[in-house]
Design a protein around this ligand. Structure first.
Ligand code: NAP
Length: 309
């Protein structure tokens, strides 16, 4: 064993709202810990246009709320380090976390890695990603002011982004494989009132076409009558759900069949000392408010765990 190795009391993996809340609670409890993230702190808040349902925040952009949380963390003297975690295993009484920045050792680990966008897995998607295919309409919608675009999906992400982009682009096609939407009724209502939106229900995308300049059209198929159609669009925005970012947990049996982490009421998995919080968990509601809730609970539980040790 390397005698010089530093074993952190707690390591937080991920600095979205869940991870940053855990950091705030640990810092205020005077617990020494390390927090790492693959990208910029904020997680999905960084690609959220408007936040109106977090108590105390009536109208703020996602990046603004992310920055406010980041500032709060920094004011407590916490630095967020950059590392892409690839594997976690347990070695006697502590965890060994393998990352692109080397190994990190910790007595307790809090997973807060969230989810990543699911792909359509149709021809043309990979080829035109970054050249018309984008997973953030809020970020890239402005590029298509005078064009028609398509949004795929019927959940809150798809419809929320559609409502926003409808105010910018010339025309939007919504392609949804169902007749009913998972998105909130109020969002659907708002979208239905936009004059430049065309709905294609019971339809799935089949192939994305393009040329040297990027996307030119998309093929769609009605799954009820089998009819096919080509929509002339300059951009394709898929919002067909997300998958948990948990590949690095393969050493443990802590995930459900879809890859989401299972935890108890203290946010601890069935592995003592391994906690998990936020969207990466199996849960009924993925929101900033439920992520911050998890972060606070896990921080206090992790503190109790390391004290007991
Ligand atoms: P989601 O709710 O799982 O919706 C995914 C949508 O994509 C569904 O309409 C689904 O159709 C469709 N879909 C799935 N696979 C497909 C495929 N291969 N081809 C075509 N369509 C496909 O995912 P989400 O919208 O990303 O939301 C994730 C979570 O975050 C949800 O809990 C959501 O409420 C939450 N969220 C909340 C807000 C907010 O409150 N403002 C904003 C964004 C996200 P089916 O309906 O037929 O299954």
């Amino acid at each position: 064993m390397n005698e010089n190795k530093v074993i952190h009391p707690v390591l937080i993996v991920g600095a979205g709202p869940a991870g940053m809340t855990a950091a705030i609670y640990l810092a205020r409890a005077n617990v020494k810990f390390k927090i790492v993230d693959k990208y910029a702190p904020g997680g999905k808040m960084n690609i959220t246009q408007l936040i109106e349902n977090y108590p105390g925040v009536t109208n703020m952009t996602g990046p603004d709320l992310a920055f406010k949380m980041f500032e709060q963390v920094r004011e407590l003297g916490v630095e967020i380090d950059y590392a892409d975690v690839q594997k976690i295993r347990k070695d006697e009484d502590h965890f060994v976390v393998t990352s692109d920045e080397g190994e990190i050792f910790a007595k307790a680990v809090i997973i807060a890695t969230g989810t990543q966008e699911r792909k359509l897995r149709i021809p043309g998607e990979a080829k035109y990603t970054g050249r018309g295919v984008s997973y953030c309409a809020v970020c890239d919608g402005n590029l298509y002011k005078n064009d028609a675009i398509v949004i795929i999906g019927g959940g809150n992400s798809a419809i929320e982004e559609a409502v926003f982009v409808a105010k910018i682009v010339k025309e939007i096609h919504i392609v949804h494989r169902n007749e009913n939407f998972r998105a909130d009724d109020s969002l659907i209502e708002e979208l239905r009132n936009s004059p430049n939106v065309k709905f294609h229900l019971n339809a799935i995308p089949t192939e994305i076409f393009g040329d040297q300049n990027g996307v030119t059209s998309i093929g769609i198929k009605n799954i009820v009558d089998g009819s096919e159609e080509t929509l002339n669009v300059k951009a394709v925005f898929p919002f067909v759900g997300s998958d948990a970012v948990t590949d690095f947990l393969s050493e443990f049996d802590v995930r459900d069949e879809k890859g989401f982490v299972l935890v108890d009421h203290e946010m601890m998995t069935n592995v003592p000392g391994l906690f998990s919080i936020g969207d990466v968990n199996k849960k009924v509601l993925r929101q900033i408010v439920t992520a911050t809730n998890d972060g606070a609970i896990a921080a206090l539980a992790a503190n109790r765990y390391i004290k007991k040790k």
